[in-house]
Design a protein around this ligand. Structure first.
Ligand code: NAD
Length: 499
């Protein structure tokens, strides 16, 4: 049995706790590796070593730090196929999806090459007699990243990249479900020239996370995962005086107006609802057709498309639409929620509850499901299912559809499909959700914009990547300076002279 490691001070390190977690191949249901679970002492040592390494890294000029990012981009491109295969093997997503996961992470590393530009401060010449005022952005020190299973490359890269580019050291706690790619990325960073100890990877569960949250050296915490844990991490980190940004779950609505191009809307819903087995925080899990006729046409367009979806392991060729979900527990939870939808009166239009894949009977496969006539009181509407299940809620009017999206406790992403510019503009302005698509089903902002939800999808106030990430991972210091010639000119410094 393969035994995974931590990555400490530039090298793979075996765990010493004697406690291990199982890493599965979701397609076969077999355990493929053992993961060491770090003790508080192991986590603390990684943090303390990171603090030592950070001193020189923080003092390294931004251009040199940017060169490490540049090299990292080249190395990731070199190893793209190897990384994608390792990612699919633990996560279960198709190879094109795994490459997308890596690519969207890579784009943030590319953005970080602009660190020298992003970190330039502000300067006011002659703010008063002989007085100059300037501000600089300095790294926080050591920060922690606690990451989810669903994007094992993209999510860590979105955080580790900007944190390092700003001069911090990072202690990453990857998901215990698919930790191999984060370990491989840590190795590549060292090959790219990152000094040892600046990027530490500790594997573990709650105990490791709590140690990071309580450690006095840790200055900032970035979390991505489910909402209850996001809320917990945010409260504990901030109660300990740390800066925190915690991104949680989602229930993304896609509104289909009567004037929408129905083929485009249906195609969009298939990709956004079922891609990556629905295990994306930007997956569309609720379709909201406006009007009975629109609803009937939408269901009519969706059903044949869903029936054509090919569910199989990533090894089964390029035409696989999606693979298994991540764990047996996830599969059982999804099937349980589907059953609750039936019990609570929703119409299960595409029913794959008995889905079995020959040769992979023990794999964590869930077939695609489509519900119609879902209502807001049902569990399948209230909860994030995080599986290949699309719910349709029929709305009587645009206002009713908008209200549905606005009343939901989650506020990560949403989209509207329409040909009417007025409606689209009204929707974008009024909806209380962080990322909005207009005829775009998964409106994931690119690296140079910022990514983040509203309401219970985000705790904290600075988003992921883009300019916000450079703000999150730095502290502003403002200096007011006066030189002797200024004192001569203006006599004693008088604040009134600044009016
Ligand atoms: P999760 O909350 O179960 O786990 C996330 C991380 O928290 C893991 O590293 C895990 O080890 C750790 N953790 C779990 N329980 C903990 C506890 N009690 N105390 C301390 N740490 C704990 O999430 P997941 O299942 O890995 O990921 C899926 C979730 O992530 C979904 O809800 C999805 O919507 C969300 N997500 C959100 C975004 C976003 O940007 N908003 C992006 C990706 C995923």
């Amino acid at each position: 049995m393969k035994e995974l490691t931590h990555f400490i001070n530039g090298t793979h390190v075996n765990g010493t706790s004697g406690n291990f977690g199982d890493v599965y191949n979701p397609a076969t249901g077999e355990v493929q590796a053992r993961l060491p679970l770090a003790t508080p002492a192991e986590v603390s040592k990684a943090v303390e070593d990171a603090a030592q390494a950070q001193v020189a890294w923080g003092a390294t000029n931004p251009q040199r730090r940017a060169r490490v990012m540049m090299k990292m981009v080249a190395l990731m491109n070199r190893d793209m196929d190897i990384l994608a295969e390792a990612l699919s093997r633990e996560h279960g997503k198709t190879l094109p999806d795994a490459k997308g996961d890596l690519q969207r992470g890579l784009e943030v590393i590319e953005y970080c090459i602009g660190a020298p530009q992003m970190l330039k401060g502000e300067y006011t010449d002659d703010a008063g007699p002989g007085i100059d005022m300037y501000s600089m952005r300095q790294p926080l020190g050591v920060v922690a990243s606690i990451m989810p299973f669903n994007f094992p490359a993209m999510m860590p890269l979105w955080h580790v990249g900007p944190a390092l580019a700003c001069g911090n050291a990072v202690v990453l706690k990857p998901s215990e479900r698919d930790p191999s790619v984060p370990l491989m990325l840590a190795e590549l960073f060292v090959e790219a020239g990152l000094p040892k100890g600046v990027f530490q990877v500790v594997n573990g569960t709650k105990e490791a996370v709590d140690t990071l949250l309580d450690h006095e050296i840790i200055q900032g915490v970035s979390f991505v995962g489910s909402t209850p844990i996001a809320q917990y991490i945010y409260s504990r980190a901030t109660a300990n005086g740390k800066r925190a940004q915690c991104f949680g779950g989602a229930k993304n609505h896609l509104i289909v107006m009567p004037d929408a191009d129905m083929d485009q809307a249906a195609d969009a819903l298939i990709g956004a609802g079922f891609g990556a087995a629905g295990e994306r925080c930007m997956a569309v899990s609720v379709a909201v057709p406006v009007g009975e006729e629109t609803a009937d046409r939408l269901i009519g367009a969706l059903v044949p498309r869903i029936e054509k979806l090919r569910v199989a392991p990533y090894t089964d060729g390029d035409d696989v639409d999606f693979g298994p979900v991540v764990t047996r527990e996830a599969k059982e939870r999804i099937l349980g929620l589907i059953q609750s939808g039936v019990d609570q009166g929703a119409e299960l239009v595409v029913d794959n509850r008995d889905f079995k894949l020959q040769g992979y009977e023990n794999g964590f496969f869930v077939g695609p499901h489509l519900f119609d006539r879902v209502t807001p009181d049902m569990d399948i509407y209230k909860q994030e299912i995080f599986g290949p299940v699309l719910s349709t809620v029929r709305a009587g009017s645009y206002e009713e559809a908008l209200k549905l999206a606005m009343d939901h406790e989650y506020g990560n992403g949403t989209a509207i499909f329409t040909r009417d510019g007025d409606t689209a503009r009204d929707f974008a302005h009024r909806v209380n959700i962080g990322m909005v698509g207009i005829n775009v089903p998964i409106p994931v902002p690119l690296a140079y914009h910022t990514f983040g939800g509203w309401k219970k999808s985000m705790f904290g106030d600075l988003n992921q990547h883009g300019p916000d990430s450079f703000k999150f991972y730095t502290r502003t210091k403002t200096i007011t300076s006066r030189w002797p010639s200024g004192i001569k000119e203006g006599g004693e410094f008088n604040f009134k002279a600044m009016d």
